[in-house]
Design a protein around this ligand. Structure first.
Ligand SMILES: [Zn+2]
Ligand SMILES: [Zn+2]
Ligand SMILES: [Zn+2]
Length: 280
């Protein structure tokens, strides 16, 4: 599998939308990898993780549209992960020559209910939507197939109003653990992975707190991410040469890309950046 990180920042981006802090000023000044858009990833060409307001720009940067995307996994409904107001762009009469009539969107019950409520307020045509989308409600520990991909939702520790999800995505004997927007999760996830003989080839973890502090309820620090990597390694859940990455960065930690990279080296992990492509 190939994964391309289209966006790697937390909700407000780096530089953050309305911010003039020193970190944001430096990110703007130096540009390149220091500029990070809202988190989103593309697996191969057809499986998209999250759909946020930077989606359009992410695909424009690749000089393509979303015509090849067949499946979308939504981690949760925070704005940096799910901007459902864009639905109408795929309606009949607006999106022509689509390859797949209905785009399959996998999401939690809570995220689905929010999408329905919001689109009602916006007077979206539900019949038109249902012609072009199928929404599939998923639950932790209940694997499903999205085309050739075996996907297992796992419970993130992130929101009170809905079950945010981590996704384990498997194909051709390889597995990607896509786990941003979560605090340190309980070892029941480890137990499930052990019971089901899973081996992770890419571990991608939340790093919203950077080196600021441990113990945030809904996010991880570098130290906590390292503790997850160590714990998985000790339990034999990582394949030989597994790739270990921090993802989902915030300007609030005060570091731009080079500084994040240097800090991450102390913990033995790598950092993502917008446009990074990895193969497992
Ligand atoms: Zn987020
Ligand atoms: Zn800032
Ligand atoms: Zn979130």
């Amino acid at each position: 599998m190939k994964i391309k990180y289209l966006g790697t920042a937390a909700a407000e981006g780096i530089p953050a939308l309305f911010c003039a802090c020193e970190t944001c000023k430096r990110a703007l000044k130096y540009g390149g990898k220091n500029v990070m858009t809202r988190s989103q990833a593309l697996i191969d060409d057809g499986l998209l993780i999250d759909f946020n307001s930077d989606t359009y720009m992410h695909f424009l940067n690749m000089r393509r549209t979303l015509v090849d995307v067949e499946y979308v996994l939504i981690t949760h409904s925070h704005t940096d992960h799910f901007t459902f107001e864009e639905n109408f762009c795929r309606f009949e009469g607006i999106a022509h020559n689509v390859k797949k009539q209905k785009l399959s969107v996998y999401l939690s019950k809570g995220a689905y209910e929010k999408m329905v409520a919001c689109t009602k307020i916006r007077e979206e045509d539900e019949t038109a939507r249902n012609k072009r989308f199928e929404y599939i409600i998923v639950e932790p520990y209940k694997p499903f197939y999205a085309g050739e991909y075996l996907v297992t939702p796992l419970p993130a520790v992130h929101m009170l109003s809905e079950q945010a999800l981590i996704y384990l995505i498997e194909k051709d004997g390889k597995a990607i653990f896509y786990g941003n927007d979560t605090g340190v999760f309980p070892t029941e996830i480890d137990d499930y992975l052990i019971e089901n003989n899973k081996k992770i080839d890419l571990l991608s973890l939340d790093c919203t707190m950077g080196e600021l502090r441990d113990g945030a309820v809904n996010h991880m620090s570098m130290n906590e991410g390292k503790s997850i990597a160590d714990r998985f390694a000790e339990k034999g859940l990582l394949s030989d040469n597994a790739l270990l990455y921090y993802n989902h960065f915030s300007h609030n930690v005060g570091m731009i890309y080079d500084e994040l990279k240097k800090a991450a080296e102390k913990y033995g992990l790598n950092v993502t950046y917008d446009g990074l492509e990895l193969t497992v």
